[in-house]
Design a protein around this ligand. Structure first.
Ligand SMILES: [Fe+2]
Ligand SMILES: [Fe+2]
Length: 200
């Protein structure tokens, strides 16, 4: 799947989940919480592949070509991610799912994400097709799919493939004299491993 197809597929998935969330009521607090967990995971992974791979590649090419429209679109996209994920999503995760306030915030998140995804699809991706050739889009797609998998694995169990945390082999224990070193000492090093433990 090339980069644009991958991102569009993600958009469809998230739009669907946000629609579902908007259809829930205060009485469905438990399923709201679960659904929000899935949305958060998906949105953060999607944001990561865009911010770490797709946007920088696009910016680089746009700079070379002097395409200011695309540079502005990317700058706006970073800000929209910040608003949607760091502000609204973060607030929503801290909101009682049985409250009316949750409904309001869920609606705002849905509106923000839909607006953002629409702009990407209608404007930015057109620029990307202009600035990046097929081979570049394909290579980016592969890189992004791999990062997405890592991000999802890091943020929680993936359906069917629960990976044991901390099972990083490969480091030859050259300097471990105490061979039965306390497992407790090997705290997970990667950031984000201390994920938010669900809702309240
Ligand atoms: Fe985005
Ligand atoms: Fe996107």
């Amino acid at each position: 799947m090339n980069a644009i197809e991958l991102l569009k597929t993600d958009h469809r998935t998230v739009r669907k989940m946000l629609d579902e969330l908007a259809d829930t009521t205060e009485r469905a607090a438990k399923s709201r919480g679960q659904l929000l967990g899935r949305i958060a995971r998906e949105l953060r992974a999607h944001g990561a592949i865009e911010e770490q791979i797709f946007y920088p590649a696009l910016q680089e090419s746009a700079r070379k070509e002097g395409d200011k429209d695309v540079l502005r679109q990317v700058a706006e996209a970073y800000e929209e991610h910040r608003a949607a994920v760091q502000l609204v999503l973060a607030d929503l995760e801290a909101t009682d799912a049985a409250s009316i306030q949750f409904s309001g915030r869920a609606k705002v998140l849905k509106d923000l994400v839909e607006h953002h995804a629409d702009e990407e699809e209608k404007e930015m991706f057109k620029g990307a097709k202009r600035l990046l050739d097929k081979a570049e889009l394909a290579a980016l797609g592969e890189e992004m799919a791999a990062l997405k998998e890592r991000e999802l694995a890091r943020s929680g169990p993936v359906k069917g493939t629960a990976k044991a945390p901390g099972a990083l082999a490969g480091k030859s224990s050259a300097k471990t004299s105490a061979s039965s070193a306390s497992a407790a000492a090997r705290a997970p090093r990667r950031r984000g491993e201390a994920q938010v433990a669900g809702g309240t």
